[in-house]
Design a protein around this ligand. Sequence first.
Ligand SMILES: Nc1nc2c(ncn2[C@@H]2O[C@H](COP(=O)(O)OP(=O)(O)OP(=O)(O)O)[C@@H](O)[C@H]2O)c(=O)[nH]1
Ligand SMILES: [Mg+2]
Length: 281
Amino acid sequence: MHGVAEGSAKGCEGCANCGPTLITAGMNLSDCDYVVALAGNPNTGKSTVFNALTGLRQHVGNWPGKTVQRAEGAMAVGKGNARKKYKIVDLPGTYSLLSQSTDEEIARDFLLFGSPDVTVIVVDATCLERNLNLVLQVLEITSRAVVALNLMDEAERNGLKVDPRALARDLGVPVIPMAARRGRGVRELVAAIGEIAAKPNGARPRPSTPLPAKLESAIEDLSRQILETYPNLPNARWIALRLIEGDPSVTREVEAGTLGQIGHDLSVESTRPKAGVEAAL
Ligand SMILES: Nc1nc2c(ncn2[C@@H]2O[C@H](COP(=O)(O)OP(=O)(O)OP(=O)(O)O)[C@@H](O)[C@H]2O)c(=O)[nH]1
Ligand SMILES: [Mg+2]
């Protein structure tokens, strides 16, 4: 494929016409500059995208719930001093950040507390409405996001017309049409990941509906208290909202004092200096 080489910088080295050079770096996770999470509903093609980016062979199959643990791999993009290396994290499928099952909690905890530099939300273009629920939830917690609009080949086969541009405009984040099984859109996804990773503030998701002032001030108070107990915990606001709602699993974790631990376990060093990337490849 144009712009994609495996294992080392062989094959197409990238040119003005073919966009960024992707070098699948497999399990070589040393000295990554950025961390990219792959999230999405079950069976949307997350592991297929992961395999395309890393050259690894995560299990794919046509039923939901195959990926049950976090899997990690690497890709490198660009040439010479401009080369950046990315750790790619394949997550179990989840319908919602409020989900309860163990594999869904693995995905939720990484998205909330793992501080990925870019979150790629892989969605199924044939059932957008259901998939957008998770997209909107993720955009509530991060602006560093890209939507991979996968299974476009299936949508086309079914006569569905999906407009990625309109979706990107409405969501305020890049939307990349893909048919990942055939490698379609992989290069564009790599470019979008690079763009968001390099932007200090990420994309600009459209703001959600404002909450009533009283609720907003309660959330602020509670967030402050959470941060006093768990300094540096990302997404204290999300935790505060769940406590106000009475979410049982979040309440349990706050009471048990395990929230800070989750943040500590998952936080990943990112945006590290690039030294050693060349050697690592
Ligand atoms: N037609 C088509 N099939 C695809 C595409 N991408 C992935 N698939 C297929 O969709 C199925 C699910 O792919 P996976 O990559 O395992 O999906 P996943 O999101 O990792 O699934 P879970 O880990 O179970 O959540 C597999 O049969 C893939 O071959 C695509 O773009 N088009
Ligand atoms: Mg999977």
